[in-house]
Design a binder for this molecule. Structure first.
Ligand SMILES: [Zn+2]
Length: 346
């Protein structure tokens, strides 16, 4: 009798153990996946409300930046779809026309001169042809980006692949795309996202995100009489790429930067900031782009990035080299006048 009573109890114990071994890691995974790093500690670095000034810059999440002087307007990437991680992982994606419309409306954009795609991963290039179509902009980027445009049936007259060193002019703006590099990624992610590969045929969505291969990565030098901006689409670099270039403000993508070595982070800072002489450093592309865009969009969580690590590194290097370090929240805007960033005093 005693043995019969103990056997089910022992089985129950084993069952609990097995369930716990399965459930516990899964719970930890789900919690980490949804963990939202707090922005509170970076709030003191946030740029205060911008007073009216000739050059206005708005960060629209990821590496999507709007720069306008009131007469002409340039946008990088123009990515607004921001599908959930589950949608992206589980199936084909395509531009979300409603979100693109909302994003342009929020940014107050009706017309653009150029949409400059900094590389051709889906979170940079996917929506750009539709943004160009709606705003009358020229789609500018690599041959891979051109194939994203062709897949969306943009006419060839609306697509431009600049030569190295070519300068594009729109009103008072001068644009130069400097060949650069993508931030290193985990081998599995690199394989999935076509790291170092090109899109060689017109890309017709819907498609798996792996179809939007990297293509050429660029740093954009955006020059204007009121100030020069460097807009870097990914936290990568080619040694000496920006030699001879001059910037006042460096808008630097930081996704995956916090996962690189201290030495890599120091070199990224040197190549982007010290080489160009930028006096102000502003990180971007740290937001969780699997969620909708608003002022409270939080950074990517610890499973996907090391947000605080990247910010601490940039802040430290900025302090060491006497550069200003500023934070933006998505949809924040700042103004530039005579190369200086303008803020409304508190
Ligand atoms: Zn990328």
């Amino acid at each position: 009798m005693t043995i019969r009573r103990m056997t089910p109890a022992r089985h129950r114990w084993r069952l609990w153990l097995a369930v716990s071994l399965l459930v516990l890691p899964l719970t930890v995974f789900v919690v980490l996946l949804h963990w939202q790093p707090s922005l509170d500690r970076w709030e003191p670095f946030r740029i205060l409300e911008a007073p009216p000034a000739p050059l206005q810059v708005t960060w629209l999440g990821t590496a999507t930046v709007l720069v306008t002087d009131g007469e002409n307007a340039i946008m990088t990437d123009g990515f607004f779809s921001r599908q959930s991680l589950l949608s992206v992982a589980s199936g084909p994606v395509e531009p979300d026309l409603e979100r693109i419309g909302e994003g342009l409306e929020t940014a107050g954009v009706q017309q653009l001169d150029a949409v400059v795609v900094l590389h051709s991963h889906y979170d940079h290039a996917m929506d750009a042809p539709e943004v160009a179509r709606r705003t009358g902009a020229l789609l500018v980027g690599s041959e891979s980006t051109a194939n994203v445009g062709r897949g969306w049936r943009l006419p060839e007259s609306s697509i431009h692949v600049p030569d190295v060193g070519e300068v594009l002019r729109f009103g008072h703006f001068e644009l130069e795309l400097v060949p650069s590099a993508h931030v290193p990624m985990l081998p599995m992610v690199a394989r999935l996202t076509g790291h170092g590969k090109t899109i060689d045929e017109p890309l017709v969505p819907p498609a798996s995100i792996s179809a939007w291969k990297e293509g050429q990565s660029y740093a954009l030098m955006l020059r204007h009489p009121q100030g020069n901006l460097l807009i870097q689409g990914s936290a990568g670099f080619v040694g000496g790429e920006l030699q001879g270039q001059s910037a006042d403000i460096a808008l630097l993508s930081t996704g995956s930067l916090g996962r690189q070595s201290d030495d890599y982070q120091r070199r990224y800072f040197e190549e982007m900031v010290l080489t160009t002489g930028a006096h102000t450093v502003i990180p971007m592309h740290w937001d969780d782009f699997f969620t909708v865009l608003d002022h409270d969009t939080h950074p990517l969580g610890p499973l996907l990035d090391n947000f605080h690590g990247a910010m601490e590194g940039l802040k430290r290097h900025s302090r060491e080299h006497d550069r200003a370090f500023h934070m933006l929240r998505p949809l924040d805007r700042f103004s530039v006048e005579e190369g200086r960033l303008q803020e409304t005093p508190p």
